[in-house]
Design a protein around this ligand. Structure first.
Ligand code: EPU
Length: 422
């Protein structure tokens, strides 16, 4: 089993790093490629990540042609023939995000069967909002033997108010509504940049979606969609992870092609701490002197609030800032597991329900730690760069789901880091 070995203490990251296309954008985009009954869909800037291979296999399992040209980060999908109704359990069970194929298969075929997503370490993650929304569009849903089956004689536009702006539910409903008869209005919709990216692709395919990026989406259904070509938006979470890495090592790093507006909530907190953040023509520059940073309070929220996917990495930054910082996690109920691992490295923290108090500026020592989820894996590697001695981070399958060549990119910026087998 692979491990990342990082020697910390005096690391100061410097240089430039380039960001990949966004994992959380490309997964729903791949689900959307099921919708066109005419023409190929070509996605560019596709990151080479294990979750992308899994989603490609989910789509392939529907009897759709999918090819991934990794040298050019390009996926080509041809879904023009008859589609199967059932997403294969083998792949769906590997990744919760596969639930976003439910809406597109149903819209295309009038019948869809997808396995219920399994357990998850960061929270309970129900899919009630996906199912309630599809029912509002006229689907009959049943759950038997671990499978969700949805059927319809034809989806009908509807007014849907979401109790919570769920990213996945918004994506599923948006895709289903593109082929429904009439108009669908989704209120309290998610506003993440990945929602906007999906709407852009769907509109290129011939759909009529308005309001993406706001809390109200208006989708006028059309009869058919056709293939389209699209560049996946840059990964704001990968960019944010490198911003935090630079900030916590008193670094000076240009994060190339990072998008300022997408990282606005993170940038605002970095600036409040005292990190210098500058927009340059080709990206975002981070300059920091860790001894001058001030503690802050952060609360995770749906976009445009502070992203839960940056919470673990930001707590790593809080550990090196003198004083008491507070992190409040409101999106997932069990997303502080990385703090238990960080405690093994000397972190002083207290957790009370959704709130973690981080006593920063205490000495940290390298240790053997395990990734508990994707973002935790990145956070543990980051803290390894500033802890004295050697840190070994295991369970890298989490890291590989969402970060391409993470250790190589950090090494190029000056970190003493390698990946070993054993
Ligand atoms: N929720 C419900 N019912 C639902 C759906 C969601 O109660 O039907 C709750 C969840 O339990 C959770 C909250 O709503 O407490 C947010 O869930 P959401 O549906 O918005 O998240 P998601 O679509 O499952 C995506 C990202 C996550 C990211 C969240 C929040 C993808 C593939 N995944 O998940 O990314 O944390 O949005 O921003 O887009 C990651 O990349 O590390 C990751 C976990």
């Amino acid at each position: 089993m692979d491990k990342i070995i990082v020697k910390g203490g005096s690391t100061r990251l410097q240089g430039e790093v380039t960001i990949e296309g966004a994992k959380n954008a490309v997964l729903p985009l791949l689900a959307a490629t099921i919708l066109p009954s005419k023409g190929q869909t070509i996605l560019h800037n596709v990151p080479i990540l294990s979750d992308v291979f899994t989603m490609n296999n989910v789509v392939r399992g529907l009897d759709v042609q999918v090819s991934f040209d990794q040298d050019h980060n390009m996926v080509t999908v041809d879904a023009t023939g008859d589609l199967l109704d059932e997403a294969p359990y083998e792949y769906v069970s590997q990744m919760r995000a596969s639930i976003v194929v439910l809406g597109p298969i149903l819209a295309r075929n009038g019948h869809a069967k997808v396995s219920m997503p399994g357990g998850c370490t960061i929270g309970s993650r129900p899919i009630d909002l996906h199912l309630k929304g599809l029912e509002a569009l006229g689907a009959k849903i049943s759950q038997v033997g671990g499978d969700i089956t949805a059927t319809t004689d034809g989806l009908q536009g509807a007014n849907i108010y979401m109790d919570f702006p769920s990213v996945g539910a918004t994506q599923n409903l948006m895709m289903a509504a593109t082929l429904a008869q009439g108009t669908t209005i989704i209120e309290n919709a998610a506003r993440e940049p990945e929602i906007v990216d999906l709407a852009i692709l769907l509109n290129k395919m011939g759909s009529d979606i308005r309001g993406a990026g706001t809390e109200t989406l208006i989708i006028n259904g059309v009869d058919k969609l056709h293939g389209a070509e699209h560049d996946v938006v840059q990964d704001r979470i990968e960019a944010g992870t490198f911003m935090v890495a630079a900030a916590m090592t008193s670094g000076d790093v240009l994060i190339k092609s990072a998008i300022w507006e997408h990282n606005r909530p993170l940038i605002s907190k970095l600036q409040e701490m005292g990190v210098e953040v500058t927009e340059e023509s080709d990206g975002i520059r981070i300059k920091s002197d860790v001894n001058r940073l001030k503690p802050v309070t952060v609360k995770t929220l749906p976009h445009p609030g502070f992203p839960t996917d940056m919470q673990a990495q930001f707590t790593a930054l809080m550990t090196v800032v003198n004083g008491e910082s507070t992190m409040i996690e409101t999106v997932f109920e069990n997303r502080f597991q990385h703090l238990e691992e960080m405690r093994r490295m000397g972190l002083h923290s207290e957790i009370l329900r959704d709130t973690a108090l981080i006593r920063g500026g205490q000495p940290l020592q390298g240790a053997q730690v395990m990734s508990t989820d994707l973002r935790a894996s990145a956070a543990l590697i980051l803290i390894g760069m500033v802890a004295d001695g050697t840190t070994s981070v295991g369970e890298l399958s989490h890291l590989d789901r969402g970060y391409y060549k993470f250790h190589e990119k950090l090494a190029a910026l000056g970190a003493d880091i390698k990946r070993i087998n054993g």
